[in-house]
Ligand binder design. Structure first.
Ligand code: FES
Length: 160
């Protein structure tokens, strides 16, 4: 009894010809949007990877890089100067020096090594003096030098 009523309802759906195309159209729509979503999910990360990020160049000409107490004698500290890193060095004589921390060879971040008392790049063993002059290894140019002043306990670094 139930099968007979189902057959009748199916045959009525097919006989008017409108129900089947709607179902097919709906399935086509579903498959189409799924394919588009999949394509978008694949292409969007590729597009984001290929397009460079928007980096707003800093217009800052000076920053408070650190407190004096944060940079003891014969040490260095990396600080942020706009979007780029800088390095402050306090020499054994107590002099404060600052320069860009971006190695001029292949742009690794340099560091201060108290054992050899100068700035060093770990990537390819590049050496710089505390003034940022390239003294050995592959770096082709000196590090960009900054001016250093103190204001109370603040170390203020500005572009030279
Ligand atoms: S990146 Fe610094 S020495 Fe090569």
């Amino acid at each position: 009894m139930k099968n007979a009523s189902l057959d009748r309802s199916e045959s009525s759906l097919r006989s008017d010809g409108s129900s089947s195309p709607n179902r097919r159209g709906f399935l086509d729509y579903l498959l189409g949007t799924s394919a588009l979503a999949t394509l978008g999910a694949i292409l969007y990360p590729i597009f984001r990877f290929m397009s460079p990020p928007q980096i707003i160049e800093s217009t800052e000409s000076s920053v408070v890089a650190a407190k004096l107490s944060e940079v003891p004698i014969n040490s260095g500290k990396i600080f942020k100067f706009g979007s780029k890193p800088g390095i402050i060095v306090r020499t054994e004589a107590g002099e404060l020096k600052a320069c860009s921390a971006v190695c001029t060879h292949l742009e690794c971040i340099v560091q201060y090594r108290p054992d050899i008392k100068h700035i060093w790049c770990a990537c390819h063993n590049g050496h710089y003096s505390t003034d940022g002059k390239n003294i050995s290894g592959p770096p082709p140019r000196p590090l960009e030098a900054y001016k250093v002043n103190t204001r109370g306990d603040d170390i203020v670094v500005s572009k030279a």
